[in-house]
Design a protein around this ligand. Structure first.
Ligand code: TEU
Ligand code: CA
Length: 568
């Protein structure tokens, strides 16, 4: 297995709009991030993944880019970015940029040209089709944010494809000029000294030439068979690798919804010359009752089965990204743990152990290290996210479901749960802004905030700090082989990691040695009897979320208790 810095790293995702506001306009910004770099350094993370900071009309909070080489005005200037990069590097922190090139904003100059006429030189930068007739789009595909995936444009009387909002037209990657423009832009950022790319919906860049109606599951036809993992996606990524990525010491992670382990081995194989790792969603998806919407937890046995398959099948062949949440997902502790006051801290720590002990590169989403929770939305007017706003209209206000049925699903799954401001301290607006925040602060900020937790050595924050530090000491956390135990348990997630010394030193953790871990995590609010595997009886405890001893064969595991035993 190849040993590299990005396998040993811990990544911290910043959603800039909600991280830290430096000038009181209620919107997080680059100077705000700079002011919190020492906090991140103290936590111990190695890499920041910066959600988009580029110029954007913000139809989808920066995932609709109108200029890839300019900074969004509300976030600051290119000088601020250069300062952020330099100051992060001074602290030994790398910066990975979000690369959103499946689509641009409709306000990007390429699209403004493209729509002007059928023979404009930018026409083929996007995907234009004739409608079936004057009032019917080319096919029945639905967009991810509701409505048809096609938008009629009066100027030329044709439709353009947008798999997300109508302000996010899809680029035509089959046009070599588009690919070259993207590669040149990436080269420009790499030459600035950035440390990698997280590639937004990169599995969707290649579409089939033929675009038939899709099967109708929810409200519209499904585009996935024609647009996800399309015919040329690997060819385009190999071209990108050859022309750009291979020239720099950077890391790449592809966001690849719907990817199978088999496909992941191609996208992120050790020898396929595409990407370093994929962000797969199988363990956080597939639970929806209405599209992605549901109010129910994923059963533990299902979660274990999915995660274990990814652990086993990628071992030695490709590399996993590990995450419970991000800016598109509800808060980890509310979804997989238990955010009731009695269990919030203990279950947040349990989830941290469970994830960081798996094989792959862990991603911490801002506020996860504090155990931040979902937001208690009161009415549909509280949402800011285009997906939530459109979903409520489509499923409920103008659609088939009653408010009573759909509302709990929105509370549980809305992306805005993750987008409320970072809770820095117990002052007004949680110390995020001196003005009015663009989205409301979670009212629990007085109890849950960074200031209190950095001062309390028992906090969720210090627990993450400890896990990150352990990763630097224990190669088994990075390179050990995974094995699931007690597969059928609906209460406990139990696994081992085993490392045999293969004589190859690891870049950060140093020399390898044979070692083994036993990881035990309770995912429920009741006690569970558990018998230690013989070989771990008497093994020392590396880390645990409750004061307890584990030196007897028969244990009673408390609600959300988690511990790791270590054996040489
Ligand atoms: O998300 C892509 C993606 O797959 C989403 O549709 C995801 O499934 C959904 O948000 C879950 O509710 C990426 C970005 O992470 C997201 O923020 C953007 O809105 C989207 O691409 C379009 O760029
Ligand atoms: Ca600001």
């Amino acid at each position: 297995m190849i040993k590299t810095w990005w396998k040993e790293a811990v990544i911290y995702q910043i959603y800039p709009r909600s991280f830290m506001d430096s000038n009181g306009d209620g919107i997080g910004d680059l100077q705000g991030i700079i002011s919190r770099l020492d906090y991140l350094k103290y936590l111990g993370i190695d890499v920041i993944w910066l959600s988009p900071i580029y110029q954007s009309p913000n139809d989808d909070n920066g995932y609709d880019i109108s200029d890839y080489q300019a900074v969004m005005k509300e976030f600051g200037t290119m000088d601020d970015f250069d300062e952020l990069l330099a100051k992060a590097h001074e602290r030994g922190i790398r910066i990975v940029m979000d690369l959103v090139v499946n689509h641009t904003s409709d306000e990007h100059k390429w699209f403004m040209e493209s729509r002007k006429s059928k023979d404009n030189e930018y026409r083929d930068y996007y995907i234009w089709r004739e409608g079936k007739d004057a009032n019917t789009p080319p096919n029945n595909w639905g967009a991810c944010f509701g409505g048809s995936a096609w938008q009629y444009d009066e100027i030329t009387g044709m439709y353009y494809l947008h798999l997300f909002s109508r302000k996010q037209p899809d680029l035509n990657w089959d046009n070599p000029k588009v690919r070259q423009e993207v590669f040149d832009m990436m080269t420009w950022w790499c030459d600035k000294g950035i440390d990698g790319f997280r590639m937004d919906v990169i599995s969707m860049i290649s579409k089939t030439a033929d675009m038939p109606d899709g099967e109708v599951h929810d409200l519209y036809g499904d585009f996935a068979p024609y647009c996800v993992h399309g015919p040329n996606v690997h060819r385009y990524l190999q071209e990108m690798n050859e022309k750009v990525l291979s020239k720099y010491d950077i890391m790449t992670v592809g966001e690849t919804a719907g990817v199978t382990t088999q496909q992941a081995k191609q996208y992120a194989g050790e020898d396929t010359r595409e990407l370093n790792m994929v962000f797969q969603f199988e363990h956080v998806e597939g639970d929806g009752k209405y599209g992605k919407w549901t109010d129910e937890k994923i059963p533990l046995t299902t979660l274990k089965k999915t995660l274990s398959r990814w652990q086993n099948e990628l071992y030695g062949k490709a590399w996993n990204s590990l995450f419970w949440d991000n800016h598109d997902q509800p808060r980890a502790v509310s979804r997989f743990g238990d955010d009731r006051p009695a269990y919030r801290e203990v279950s947040a720590k349990m989830l941290a152990i469970c994830l960081h002990m798996l094989q792959g590169t862990p991603y911490i989403y801002q506020g996860e290290e504090l155990g931040m929770t979902n937001y208690p939305f009161k009415s549909p007017d509280d949402f800011r996210d285009i997906e939530s706003i459109n979903a409520y209209r489509e499923w409920c206000a103008e659609g088939p479901l009653s408010h009573e049925v759909f509302w709990p699903c929105m509370l549980f799954k809305s992306r805005d749960n993750a987008r409320t401001p970072m809770q820095w301290d117990d002052s007004l607006q949680a110390g995020f802004t001196s003005g009015t925040p663009w989205i409301a602060v979670n009212p629990n900020y007085k109890e849950i905030n960074a200031d209190a937790q950095t001062k309390d050595s028992d906090s969720v924050f210090h627990f993450y700090k400890k896990l990150i530090a352990l990763r630097k000491e224990l190669p088994v956390m990075v390179y050990g082989k995974y094995e699931l135990l007690f597969e059928e348990s609906e209460a406990l997630f139990v696994y081992t990691r085993t490392l045999e010394d293969d004589g190859q030193p690891a870049p950060q953790t140093g020399s390898l040695k044979s070692e083994k871990l036993l990881v035990v995590c309770s995912f429920c609010d009741h006690e569970t009897d558990f018998t230690l595997p013989d070989e771990f009886i008497g093994a020392p405890c590396l880390i645990s979320n409750l004061e307890n001893t584990y030196d007897r064969p028969n244990l009673t595991v408390k609600p959300y208790e988690a511990f790791v035993l270590y054996k040489k």
